[in-house]
Design a protein around this ligand. Structure first.
Ligand SMILES: *[C@@H]1O[C@H](CO)[C@@H](O)[C@H](O)[C@H]1NC(C)=O
Ligand SMILES: *[C@@H]1O[C@H](CO)[C@@H](O)[C@H](O)[C@H]1NC(C)=O
Ligand SMILES: *[C@@H]1O[C@H](CO)[C@@H](O)[C@H](O)[C@H]1NC(C)=O
Ligand SMILES: *[C@@H]1O[C@H](CO)[C@@H](O)[C@H](O)[C@H]1NC(C)=O
Ligand SMILES: *[C@@H]1O[C@H](CO)[C@@H](O)[C@H](O)[C@H]1NC(C)=O
Ligand SMILES: *[C@@H]1O[C@H](CO)[C@@H](O)[C@H](O)[C@H]1NC(C)=O
Ligand SMILES: *[C@@H]1O[C@H](CO)[C@@H](O)[C@H](O)[C@H]1NC(C)=O
Length: 402
């Protein structure tokens, strides 16, 4: 008799009364849970089931715990002679900045797998070391040296994004397989490389710490380990903060449109990142932050049309109106403009890592910003035509990058 009749309560003994009270409370509790779940279930599920156990790890001050395993860097020996190298190489068509970051992280891990000093050769459209400094590990030191190694002792390896070709490396002992002094590696895959490394039997010997971290954490750790913005960018961000943010909460979106008049040679992304879908879903979402005493809105985008429309729809929107150049598809502009475009991309991503709220569309550039930002508070992703609250690991389950 699950009928909690208040009239009948007086008739029962105090022991039963007590039991009934408990049952009643449990029932009410479950009933409330059910209602809450019906309304907020999908959201709660994301938050409860997929909460990154990793946030405390990322927040730890000593994030570079793998430094002690890293006895291969030129920084320790300070000489290039007699060492083996793995060089992340980007000569042409190595993808946008997001792809490049992912390729750099994968290359770094493969350098550890093959016990090689790691070097970055990224000068397209211009030298990356003009904008970013090495942080804990100096990836510039032997760049000139590796370029002068005789061809006989070098090998260029291209790892594409085909799942089957990366899976084929699952048994590879990179210490044995890569036997030239210098390996120039062209790669932009990350998730497939992580999958391969996680099942590669040699990983445990070379980078045993890998199993302690999720993919978003690995990307976060390695990028922080390798890079820090140059003082110009930091000063630029301080100015941006003083001029525009002024102590308010920063609400951001990344609207990656793909080919459009501001970005004419990019891939056509109308299938996944249709600009009308982006604008029609993200702008209304951003309107809940229209209180300009509390919030300020920044949009990173590759489309002037999106910026222009945001200006007329979102009252507290900041338009920096900087040069848009896809760093891999820039042949239509001169070199100085292309470099300006690369700087814009780096600066915009740096801003995204500082946002209190961040709405993503499917793009490595924005997703990497979320990983570098390192937590899932105020994080949302657009999937088809819906904006979902997200955690760092949930992003990949939806966007399925290779
Ligand atoms: C890795 O390289 C270091 C320094 O060159 C060397 O001392 C060490 O024995 C190497 N480890 C392996 C497994 O080859
Ligand atoms: C490079 O390899 C070729 C062919 O094996 C050989 O003839 C040449 O002497 C080598 N050069 C050097 C610098 O080792
Ligand atoms: C170097 O590796 C290649 C292929 O991975 C192999 O064919 C070759 O025999 C190796 N050379 C040496 C000297 O181990
Ligand atoms: C930041 O503002 C200061 C003072 O106005 C100025 O001197 C400096 O050049 C600005 N930095 C950048 C990167 O714009
Ligand atoms: C931007 O605004 C113009 C004028 O209102 C409109 O024609 C256009 O469709 C809008 N673009 C997007 C992507 O919503
Ligand atoms: C943004 O820049 C473009 C091109 O440099 C210019 O035509 C446009 O007027 C600028 N818009 C704003 C709002 O400053
Ligand atoms: C490059 O293009 C920009 C904008 O179109 C122009 O202002 C600049 O003078 C050009 N620089 C060179 C070196 O041609």
């Amino acid at each position: 008799m699950a009928n909690f009749n208040i009239v009948g309560r007086k008739k029962i003994t105090s022991k039963y009364k007590w039991t009934k009270k408990v049952v009643f409370r449990v029932a009410v509790f479950c009933w409330i849970c059910l209602i809450v779940f019906q309304y907020f279930g999908p959201t709660l599920l994301v938050d409860i089931l997929k909460t990154d156990r990793t946030e405390p790890v990322l927040a730890r001050s000593n994030v570079f715990k793998f430094v002690e395993h890293l006895n291969i860097g030129p920084k320790i020996a300070n000489i290039c002679d007699g060492r083996n190298f793995l060089v992340y190489t980007c000569n042409e068509a190595c993808g946008g900045w997001g792809d490049r970051q992912k390729g750099i992280v994968s290359s770094f891990l493969l350098a550890l797998m093959s016990n090689r000093s790691f070097v970055i050769d990224l000068h397209v459209p211009c030298d990356i070391s003009g904008f970013l400094n090495p942080n804990t590990y100096d990836w510039t030191e032997c760049l000139q040296y590796v370029k002068n190694v005789h061809r006989n002792n070098t090998e260029t390896i291209i790892i594409g994004k085909r799942a089957s070709s990366i899976e084929a490396l699952e048994e590879t002992d990179f210490l044995q397989a890569w036997n030239k002094t210098v390996i120039f590696l062209e790669i932009s895959s990350f998730e497939l490389i992580m999958k391969m490394l996680r099942s590669n039997p040699y990983t445990e010997n070379q980078i045993s710490w890998l199993k302690e971290f999720t993919n978003p954490e690995v990307l976060h750790l390695v990028l922080k380990f390798l890079f820090m913005p140059k003082s110009k960018m930091l000063s630029h961000f301080n100015n941006f903060s003083e001029e525009f943010i002024q102590g308010r909460q920063l609400v951001c979106g990344h609207l990656r449109v793909g080919q459009n008049p501001s970005n004419p040679f990019d891939d056509d992304l109308t299938g996944t990142n249709n600009k009308y879908v982006l604008v029609n879903n993200i702008f209304p979402f951003l309107k809940q932050f229209k209180d300009s005493a509390k919030y300020v809105v920044y949009l990173a985008t590759d489309s002037d049309e999106v910026r222009k429309n945001a200006t007329s729809v979102i009252p507290n929107y900041i338009n920096l109106n900087r040069t848009i150049v896809h760093v891999d598809k820039y042949s239509y502009v001169n070199k100085s403009e292309a470099c300006e475009g690369l700087y814009t991309a780096l600066f915009e991503q740096y801003i995204l890592t500082k946002c209190d709220y961040l709405v993503l569309t499917r793009s490595n550039f924005g997703v990497n910003a979320a990983y570098i930002r390192g937590h899932s508070r105020g994080l949302y992703i657009l999937h088809r035509t819906k904006i979902h609250p997200a955690t760092l690991s949930y992003i990949q389950t939806v966007y399925k990058f290779q």
